[in-house]
Design a binder for this molecule. Structure first.
Ligand code: ADP
Ligand code: ZN
Ligand code: ZN
Length: 721
């Protein structure tokens, strides 16, 4: 229950241990609960205490290390312990399922299937691709689905007798202390890499490493070679990747290297498959778990190393409910497990950089390109008073034309999906606005709809203006669909593909598009930052960022850091040694200091400038923040609530001399999904101070008589508008 308290029940003998699940009556429902403690006394009179209905586990589901991590996290993020524990369990365990292995469905070629592979025929391409995918051995259904190979194809091939289903668990071989953990030979490391691997492997027990390495400098190779001795000792490795980074290629790269079970944990897996991965890690049968944020809470029998790839990525921070930061909690987990943790990135977060520069973390750097990609050239294009076509300047169009003529690919970024940012009546100035938010509708031409990007409400595009009846409706503000349309008209001889949330809605669609790009089916790529993350495109020789001004002048102080990361990532992922890339930034403010610093001196230098600026303004990482957000349908009620909270704060402030609070503030978009919003920011140079204050304050806030106001607390917020 989302309540900051626990509930007492009468326990049977023998007492279920803390960390065991039980079934209890709660109100009128039968729910799964988790035993947290054995208090001797209860405030509930004995005759009113309800008995536990059923004990579900004979041993705790949480290892002691995880148990203390979760207790700590609940206190630190000021989140109800019940929800934190619930969140840490796979769905089926939350529902009361037994923590027992069943089957792990995989597919394998039959002899007939093997034969089909060698005899060329005119088979349906998707069937052919599936057969080729299985050529190396059995693959789980979950992995195949993540690659866009769905159940109907598998059924067809099964009916034809080319593949059959099997249970991978029944074939599991113990891998522990295996002498031959390598499938393929390791490349010999360059001296920077070798030093890095040596210092990670020398670490006994807990230690944090920040591995800053430009794209292509061989970070992944460092991960692999740091893992080898850990696996050889029979210990396990947890690898966390950003939401979009867990591609089949990543998995394959790890599986090719090690002769040990590498399991994924990702959103394309069903509940049963996720539970199987969880159980295999807990039992010590999985050697490596590669997963997104939530994989952090997987139990391990013998965890020996944690790796976080792209540690700066925003997807590690949960933006709703239990707003934890997986990177920060992973560091605590490593401390609990007494193992090293490596944070890797080409563009480390300012938080991690600050910790590395101040000596809290070991700071490792890779500055050389291992794989022979080249450093891209960088240009800022001044677009002041330049006529733009769908946001693209004539200079950029010329550059595109010459790269395309030479058979190269070009890639354009714009962080706005849809056709136009809004729909405007040319006659009277009416703009289509969302009725539930203080925001305009985005015009999507593909789906012929107006869509609100803040509350997801939709409506048909009107034929004429509802105010004056004019049919002269036009779009304002460019979105990715419009760029795509313009370029398809301008360069009809080349094929264009758009990658954004709209064009990749279905499972496997993103993978299929990316495959097409790598195979050279498309020459012009347009996308939001989705296209930037984790994908290497060696044939892309020109990258254009169409609009960087939004980030330079954002009210969010993290916007420039995010722009610099995006920019550095895309610059590093294009081109190869024989085909160096060019990166073009379009801006109305080419003289902007941070922009110039970034382009002339690179991310490392930019980051230091940025850190100095943050220090001067006492912003994170030089201070700590917590944000109280509140919303209500009734604005007056919301204001009263915020005033009451401010009153509670003011009373206590003298006890917390270094703490400041800012607000209550109204965000730029005051109303969202029909609710008014306000927020209050707490800031202090000392983490402890905020934690102590919140602990004291929240019970009083909870007791305030405003049931119509919903509020939440975000400790270390990453977004605040
Ligand atoms: P990053 O993760 O930093 O982007 P990778 O580890 O993917 O870099 O390395 C980039 C490319 O260089 C890959 O193709 C990889 O196989 C290759 N590579 C990395 N280290 C070496 C090495 N020591 N010798 C040869 N090739 C290497
Ligand atoms: Zn009008
Ligand atoms: Zn809306």
């Amino acid at each position: 229950m989302p309540l900051r308290r626990q509930f007492d029940y009468l326990a049977p003998q023998p007492l279920p241990q803390p960390g065991c699940r039980v079934r209890v009556i709660f109100g009128r429902q039968l729910l799964v609960g988790i035993v947290t403690a054995h208090p001797e006394h209860s405030e509930v009179p004995p005759e009113k205490l309800k008995p536990i209905v059923e004990v579900l586990d004979s041993a705790p589901l949480f290892a002691p290390t995880l148990w203390s991590l979760l207790q700590w996290a609940a206190a630190y993020y000021q989140h109800p312990l019940g929800e934190v524990l619930h969140h840490a369990l796979p769905q089926l365990l939350r529902q009361g399922e037994a923590p027992e292995r069943r089957a792990l469905t995989a597919y394998e070629l039959t002899e007939a299937g093997q034969a089909m592979l060698t005899t060329p025929s005119r088979r349906a391409p998707r069937q052919q691709r599936t057969l080729e995918r299985l050529a190396e051995g059995a693959v789980t259904g979950a992995d195949l689905r993540a690659e866009g190979i769905d159940t109907p194809i598998l059924k067809t091939l099964q009916e034809k007798g080319f593949i059959h289903e099997l249970d991978l668990l029944s074939r599991r071989e113990p891998w522990q202390q295996s002498f031959a953990i390598h499938h393929e030979d390791e490349p010999s490391l360059n001296s920077e890499q070798a030093l890095t691997v040596a210092s990670i492997n020398q670490q006994q027990g807990f230690g944090v490493f920040l591995l800053e390495g430009i794209t292509g400098s061989g970070k992944t190779e460092v991960y692999l070679q740091s893992m080898a001795p850990v696996l050889a000792r029979g210990e396990q490795v947890l690898v966390l990747v950003p939401e979009i980074g867990l591609t089949p290629q990543t998995l394959r790269r790890f599986r090719r290297r090690f002769n040990a079970p590498v399991l994924p944990l990702h959103s394309a897996m069903n509940d049963r498959e996720r539970l199987e991965s969880w159980l295999a890690c807990r039992a010590g049968e999985a050697a490596i778990l590669i997963g997104t944020r939530s994989a952090l809470f997987t139990p391990f029998a013998r965890l020996g190393l944690i790796i976080i790839d792209e540690e700066h990525d925003a997807s590690f921070k949960q933006q709703a409910g239990f707003r934890d930061h997986a990177r920060d909690l992973a560091i605590l987990r490593a401390r609990e497990e007494r193992c090293p943790i490596v944070l890797g990135s080409a563009t480390p977060s300012l938080e991690s950089l600050h910790n590395a520069r101040s000596g809290k973390y070991h700071y490792l750097k890779l500055t050389l390109r291992a794989g022979g990609a080249s450093q891209a050239r960088e240009v800022v294009l001044d677009i002041k008073s330049v006529p733009l076509k769908a946001g693209v300047s004539p200079q950029l169009l010329d550059l595109m034309a010459s790269q395309l003529r030479e058979g190269n690919q070009v890639m354009l970024f714009l962080n706005r999906r849809g056709y136009a940012q809004s729909l405007l009546c040319h006659q009277c100035g009416w703009i289509a606005a969302c009725g539930r938010c203080d925001a305009y509708y985005t015009w999507h031409q593909g789906s012929r709809r107006l869509q609100c990007h803040h509350c997801d409400s939709m409506r048909a595009v009107p034929e004429c203006c509802p105010e004056c009846g004019s049919s002269q409706l036009q779009g304002t503000g460019i979105g990715t669909e419009q760029v795509e349309q313009l370029l398809a008209e301008r360069f009809p001889q080349y094929r264009t593909i758009r990658i954004d949330r709209d064009s990749t809605r279905r499972k496997g669609e993103l993978e299929a598009h990316l495959d097409g790009i790598r195979a050279g089916e498309y020459q012009i790529l347009i996308g939001t930052q989705m296209l930037a993350k984790g994908h290497h495109f060696p044939d892309v020789t020109l990258v254009g960022l169409l609009d960087v001004d939004g980030a330079l002048f954002s009210a969010d102080f993290r916007a420039t850091e995010k722009l610099a990361q995006l920019y550095t990532q895309v610059a590093g992922r294009s081109g190869r040694a024989s085909k160096p890339g060019l990166v073009v930034l379009q801006s109305h403010h080419p003289e902007h200091l941070l922009l110039q610093d970034l382009v002339n001196n690179g991310y490392g230098h930019f980051a230091i400038t940025c850190l100095q600026e943050r220090q001067a303004l006492a912003l994170p990482p030089f201070s700590f923040q917590a944000l109280l957000r509140a919303e209500a349908r009734d604005r007056a009620l919301l204001e009263q609530f915020m005033l009451a909270v401010t009153g509670l704060l003011s009373q206590r402030q003298p006890l917390y001399p270094e703490l400041i609070f800012i607000g209550p503030l109204t965000p730029q978009m005051e109303r969202r999904a029909g609710k008014y919003r306000m927020q209050l920011l707490l800031q202090s140079p000392r983490r402890q101070e905020i934690a102590r204050l919140l602990q004291e304050l929240l019970p009083h806030v909870e007791a305030l008589p405003y049931r119509q106001v919903r509020w939440s607390l975000d400790v270390d917020p990453q977004e605040w508008l």
